[in-house]
Design a protein around this ligand. Sequence first.
Ligand code: 5GP
Ligand code: ZN
Length: 112
Amino acid sequence: MSCLFCKIVEGAIPSTPVYQDPLCYAFADIHPQAPVHVLVVPREHIASMIETDQSDQALLGHLLLAAAEIARNKGLGDGYRIVVNTGNDGGQTVDHLHLHLLGGRAMTWPPG
Ligand code: 5GP
Ligand code: ZN
């Protein structure tokens, strides 16, 4: 098993935990792009949004709600951004589905 985020979920590679439950694990991004930068990943290996289908509906909703709960716990009442880079054109660099939760500063738009 060679997936970086699977190894992080298993604890084989260390990370700074932020939140966990039976379906997902959230940890601090190693190269934070904002004062709060958390990655929320499903424990199950799914490569990207490209691989998802209707059977993932509940899990995908769960990931979004987990990110919103983390944002509340981090005091991001003024707002935040949730990003899911997908595939080559989407700028995805780790092929295990993940939500970026970014906050603690004002974001700009459009992204690069
Ligand atoms: P992507 O570019 O695929 O959307 O996001 C991958 C994210 O994973 C990047 O923000 C990168 O900083 C983060 N990352 C890559 N390797 C590691 C690691 O070993 N540990 C942690 N905590 N984050 C990582
Ligand atoms: Zn994986």
